[in-house]
Design a protein around this ligand. Structure first.
Ligand SMILES: [Ca+2]
Ligand SMILES: [Ca+2]
Length: 245
């Protein structure tokens, strides 16, 4: 324990410079998740942890086949879910703006809705937005007609949790979520603890705690699944460059 504490303070002394940062947009790219990975408890990009409350069928999973065609709302892999799934996205750093894009298969109904909710640090809902389709035909023709749209929440203060659900059950069987854009005030991936926007000792302490607990946020470098020097080096590199831009 003593050795660990000394190491912590040595790191803090080495990297004690603190600086302020401006708002930073971070995108949760589902292409970062291996094909077929269940999203239960999986941390993506070190910022969001996904959970789903299953109201109907199997858990959502990422797919690269049988997903919407690349289009104006994004490219690559998507997060696929069954209608009735309720997706909860817990943020490790508060966001000031959240934008989510969606597509629904097998529907031509422009009245279908995505419901986007935002919650504060105490779990109180602070915003409810409805996203309506604005364009069509993003799924492969073999999977039928489709519609797509987006929803944005901003100007409501710090968002600590986002929830996504759909009111389109009668019209579609599957949904796809594209990359989720989040505006945060944190500097970069090294900004793990409050105060966000400032890189200081508390961020190092948070990283070391996550590393000791072998949390996925600490697994920053290959070999993934292994917590070693390369992960620490990656964090220290980000910590040293944080807020300098
Ligand atoms: Ca911080
Ligand atoms: Ca690793």
């Amino acid at each position: 324990m003593r050795r660990s504490t000394n190491t912590t303070f040595a790191l803090a002394a080495l990297l004690s410079s603190a600086a302020l940062a401006t708002a930073n947009t971070e995108t949760i790219s589902f292409s970062e998740v291996p094909t077929g990975t269940s999203i239960h408890g999986v941390t993506i990009a070190g910022l969001a942890t996904f959970h789903s409350q299953i109201q109907a069928l199997d858990a959502p999973a990422t797919q690269t086949e049988g997903v919407p065609d690349d289009g104006p709302w994004g490219e690559g892999a998507f997060l696929i879910g069954e209608m009735g799934d309720f997706l909860i996205i817990e943020l490790s750093a508060p966001a000031t703006r959240a934008e989510v894009h969606f597509s629904l298969n097998e529907t031509i109904h422009s009245s279908v809705q995505m419901h986007l909710q935002a919650f504060d640090i105490d779990g109180n809902m602070i915003a409810f937005e409805q996203g309506f389709p604005t364009f069509a035909n993003t799924w492969p023709a073999s999977l039928g007609d489709s519609v797509s749209g987006s929803a944005v929440i901003e100007g409501v203060g710090e968002i600590h949790c986002v929830a996504v659900s759909f009111a389109a059950g009668p019209f579609a069987t599957m949904f796809a979520l594209d990359n989720i854009a989040l505006d945060t005030t944190r500097c970069n991936s090294a900004d793990l603890a409050a105060p966000f926007g400032v890189i200081d000792f508390f961020d190092i302490a948070a990283y070391l705690a996550a590393f000791s607990a072998q949390e996925s946020v600490a697994d920053r470098a290959a070999p993934f699944g292994v917590f070693d020097f390369f992960d620490v080096a990656s964090y220290l590199n980000a910590h040293a460059s944080a807020c300098d831009e």
